[in-house]
Ligand binder design. Sequence first.
Ligand SMILES: [Ca+2]
Ligand SMILES: [Ca+2]
Ligand SMILES: [Ca+2]
Ligand SMILES: [Ca+2]
Length: 225
Amino acid sequence: MKYSYIFSLLAFALSTTGSIAQGNCSTVDLEYICQNTEYVQGIAFQCGIDCMAEEADCLEQCMLEALELSMPCIGCFGEQVLCIVQNCSTACFSGTEAECAECALQNCEAGFNVCAGIVDEDNDTWTNLCDCDDSNPVIYPGADGTSQGLDNDCNGLITNDELTTCSADINGDNITGTSDLLHFLSLFNCVGDCADLETGDFSGDGVVGTADLLILLSEFGLYCH
Ligand SMILES: [Ca+2]
Ligand SMILES: [Ca+2]
Ligand SMILES: [Ca+2]
Ligand SMILES: [Ca+2]
């Protein structure tokens, strides 16, 4: 029995598309698997080896001790092993590792994903394992910035190509916020010879007024560049 199928299954699960949400792995479980993919793969591999001749719950207990995953989520790994044994014994006992992995993918990958709740609801090819917003297709690990103030690439930071272009960032600190609003209000209704006219006249009509306030409010709270 070869246990390298688990490597393939996890690698595949990272990029495959799914359908139905609601699984046994919580959001915390999925994030843990995403953050520790190689470690989880290694433990699954080792526990698979250690439990080859043991009772059915050996694999689950072994993984539970080493991984910070919930029992229902780990149960999906156990079901996966059962599925492999039932469907792929020939490929995995006497075939190559590639044949074993291929058989596991075809027969047991979909079931594992359903069990674990691994889906790709926004069809950006990244499942909810590592897609930090699985309802928005312009957000996924490695995504290009879209200048919408979104963390497109899921790295926890809003970087240059992700920043919005905000005309209302009066003080130039790369965020349109309270300090800009206060400065703007001090200029409100200033017409003609106001020294700071240009600063608050976002709409370019020569008056600091309601049109400018609406622009500022539409950008309020945004990270800018
Ligand atoms: Ca996705
Ligand atoms: Ca997404
Ligand atoms: Ca980012
Ligand atoms: Ca500002």
